[in-house]
Design a protein around this ligand. Structure first.
Ligand code: SF4
Length: 255
C-alpha cells in the first residue's frame, strides 16, 4: 500500500470506531496485566467471565499471592492452559512484591522479565495502561496485515516491525486496537465479511466475499448449471446413436 492508502485505511477504521479499546475488563494496570496473561490462546470474553468475580476482591499483587495458586487455578479453570497461567500469575505477583513495586513496570524490558509475560503482552500493557505507541501483533492483527497487504510478514515480529514503520500519526496509539477489532468482527479468519468492510477498495485480498444473499443466489445458479449439464449429458447418452469408441463396455453393433 502507498502512504496515502495506509493513511486512508486507518482514517476509515477510526471514523467507524473513534475510541477503540481492549475488550478485556480490568480496573487498574495490575489487573490488566493479569487479564492479558490469562488471554493467551483464549478469547477476551472467556477471560472476562473468569476475572469478573476474581477482580472484585483482588486488586494488587499482594492480594493475589494471599489468595494462593490453587484457589486461582479453580477460579480460572474455564480458560485454556489454566494450570500454567495460574503458576505464572502467582509468580509474576511475587516478583512485583519482591521488587518492592507499588506499580507495574513501564518499560518493555522490565515487563518481559516477569513470568508469563512475552513481547505481545508487554505491548498490550504499555499501550492500553500507559498510552505508549506499541503494536501488539496477535492472530487477528497478523491475519489482517497479511491479507490486506498493509504490513505483510512471515512472523509476528516482521509484521510488528512493518507496522512500526508505516503507521502514521494520529493513528499510532490506537492502530493495534483497530486492527484487532477489524480482524475479530469484519475480516474474520474463515469468512471475511468483505461486503460490509470499510476498506474494501484498499485491501489486496482478491477473492472478496460476496454478501450472503448473493452467495445464496450464485450457489443456486451453480447447482442449477451443474444439474442441467448432467441432464444434457444423460440425454445425449440415451438419444444419440452408438458410435465407435463411445462405450468401452458395449461392442459397436452397427453394420
Ligand atoms: S475487504 Fe475483506 S479481506 Fe479485505 S480487509 Fe475487508 S474484510 Fe478483510
Amino acid at each position: 500500500m502507498t502512504r496515502e492508502q495506509v493513511f486512508e485505511f486507518f482514517r476509515r477504521l477510526a471514523e467507524a470506531n473513534p475510541s477503540p479499546t481492549t475488550e478485556l475488563e480490568s480496573n487498574n494496570p495490575y489487573q490488566l496485566l493479569v487479564a492479558v496473561v490469562l488471554s493467551a490462546q483464549a478469547t477476551d470474553a472467556s477471560v472476562n467471565v473468569a476475572t469478573k468475580p476474581l477482580f472484585e476482591h483482588i486488586e494488587t499483587p499482594e492480594q493475589m499471592v494471599d489468595f494462593g495458586e490453587e484457589p486461582l487455578r479453580q477460579a480460572i479453570k474455564t480458560i485454556g492452559l489454566f494450570n500454567t497461567k495460574a503458576k505464572n500469575v502467582i509468580a509474576l505477583s511475587r516478583a512485583l512484591i519482591d521488587d518492592h513495586r507499588s506499580e507495574i513496570p513501564r518499560t518493555r524490558e522490565e515487563l518481559e522479565e516477569l513470568p508469563g509475560v512475552g513481547r505481545k503482552t508487554a505491548n498490550v500493557v504499555l499501550n492500553t495502561a500507559f498510552g505508549e505507541e506499541t503494536f501488539a501483533v496477535d492472530t487477528h492483527v497478523f491475519r489482517v496485515c497479511n491479507r490486506t497487504g498493509l504490513a505483510p510478514g512471515k512472523t509476528v515480529d516482521e509484521v510488528e516491525a512493518k507496522l512500526e514503520k508505516i503507521v502514521p500519526q494520529p493513528f499510532r496509539r490506537d492502530a493495534h486496537h483497530w486492527l484487532i477489532l477489524h480482524g475479530r468482527y469484519t475480516c474474520k479468519a474463515r469468512l471475511p465479511e468483505c461486503w460490509r468492510c470499510p476498506v474494501i477498495d484498499l485491501c489486496r485480498y482478491k477473492p472478496k466475499t460476496l454478501p450472503p444473499e448473493e452467495r445464496v443466489k450464485s450457489s443456486a445458479v451453480r447447482t442449477a448449471t451443474r444439474g442441467s449439464s448432467k441432464a444434457r449429458t444423460a440425454k445425449a447418452r440415451t438419444d444419440g446413436p452408438p458410435t465407435a469408441g463411445r462405450s468401452r463396455s458395449r461392442p459397436n453393433r452397427l453394420p
